[in-house]
Design a protein around this ligand. Structure first.
Ligand SMILES: Nc1nc2c(ncn2[C@@H]2O[C@H](COP(=O)(O)OP(=O)(O)OP(=O)(O)O)[C@@H](O)[C@H]2O)c(=O)[nH]1
Ligand SMILES: [Mg+2]
Length: 318
């Protein structure tokens, strides 16, 4: 009984509310919010710059996996295609067709892809900065939406320049300056150099931090929960987000209420707890498929970290 009182006190503390009634109301809102908020992210840019590959990478998939967006060396994506996040159904990634092809003319592109449906855009660009990159950036701004500029396939640029004796640092600096210079009249907006084949290299981490910063609270948490684990920092962030939500699930599910408390169901809502733990399990990539993919895809220390989170005593899901 003393333990339960302590649990209750700790949860009240986490909720930031003075009374249990207020904490319960807040917790219900929190649980609804996590289940109901939908985030629509559109990935746009010229044909072949790696938009579909980026969508796959951010969903934690390889291009050859079942359910991955098709990628290829010729024009591949022919209509805006929505890919629900594999474990977070309320995060939708929209893989848009390339701008400026005979099928998608620059002049009507924004209308054709139904720009109004998206929360924000990622403009992907590879190699040189192009006129269409600027056109997209201008149009998105005009529509009062936000975008992030992603220079993709950075691994190729770095490898090409290394052959000539140019260091990785110099190459990155040169590409970054060039993008910023071209976008200067628009702010300049944030620019990120990434490789969908190596998320742990370059600016993927910074991209995610910026995406989170721009989003309203409820969408930020959904985004953090949905992203693949690619660094210690991303793992910590995920842990903290889930921890923040854990009190809400515990209170609304009645998991802590063995003592009769007005407004709380006596029976623990098993379905809610199971749903939350399932979210944790998949979000941390602890299912067999994700672990296998991770060990193929990134270096061993990250996999090791995930396993430690699973195996060490932890208060998140206890
Ligand atoms: N090395 C490297 N190759 C990449 C990267 N991203 C994409 N590619 C390759 O670039 C080619 C085109 O990639 P897609 O993702 O199909 O490009 P897209 O922008 O979706 O093309 P469309 O749908 O035709 O507009 C594929 O062969 C990818 O494997 C990357 O970060 N690094
Ligand atoms: Mg594509």
């Amino acid at each position: 009984m003393a333990d339960q009182q302590d649990d209750l006190r700790a949860l009240l503390n986490d909720s930031g509310e003075p009374t249990l009634e207020r904490a319960i109301a807040k917790a219900r809102e929190e649980v609804d919010r996590l289940d109901n908020v939908t985030l629509n992210i559109a990935v746009t840019g010229e044909t072949g710059v790696g938009k579909s590959s980026f969508v796959n990478a951010i969903r934690g998939l390889q291009d050859t996996d079942e359910g991955a967006a098709p990628t290829g060396v010729t024009e591949t994506t022919m209509e805006p295609t929505m890919y629900p996040h594999p474990t977070m159904p309320n995060v939708n990634l929209w893989d848009l067709p390339g701008i400026g092809t005979i099928h998608f003319k620059a002049q009507t592109y924004m209308k054709d892809v139904k720009y109004q449906n998206y929360d924000f855009f990622i403009i992907a660009s590879a190699g040189r900065f192009r006129e269409n990159d600027m056109m997209l950036a201008n149009e998105i701004k005009k529509k009062k939406k936000n975008f992030y500029f992603v220079h993709s396939k950075t691994d190729i640029d770095v490898a090409n320049e290394e052959r000539k004796g140019v260091t990785e640092e110099e190459t990155l600096q040169k590409i970054r300056n060039n993008c910023l210079e071209n976008l200067r009249t628009l702010g300049p907006p944030p620019v990120f150099l990434i490789s969908s084949h190596y998320l742990e290299r370059f600016d993927f981490q910074e991209l995610v931090i910026n995406l989170e910063r721009e989003l309203p609270d409820e969408k930020r948490d959904v985004l953090v929960m949905s992203l693949p684990v690619y660094s210690k920092q991303s793992l910590d962030k995920k842990y903290n987000t889930f921890k923040k939500a854990a009190w809400a699930v515990a209170i609304t599910s009645g998991a802590i209420a063995a003592a009769p408390v007005p407004g709380l169901s006596l029976a623990c809502d098993v379905a809610m707890v199971v749903s939350f733990l399932t979210k944790c399990y998949y979000s941390f990539g602890l299912d067999d498929r994700s672990l296998e993919k991770m060990s193929e895809r990134v270096n061993k220390p990250i996999l090791q970290m995930q396993l430690e989170y699973l195996l060490l005593p932890h208060d998140l899901c206890s």
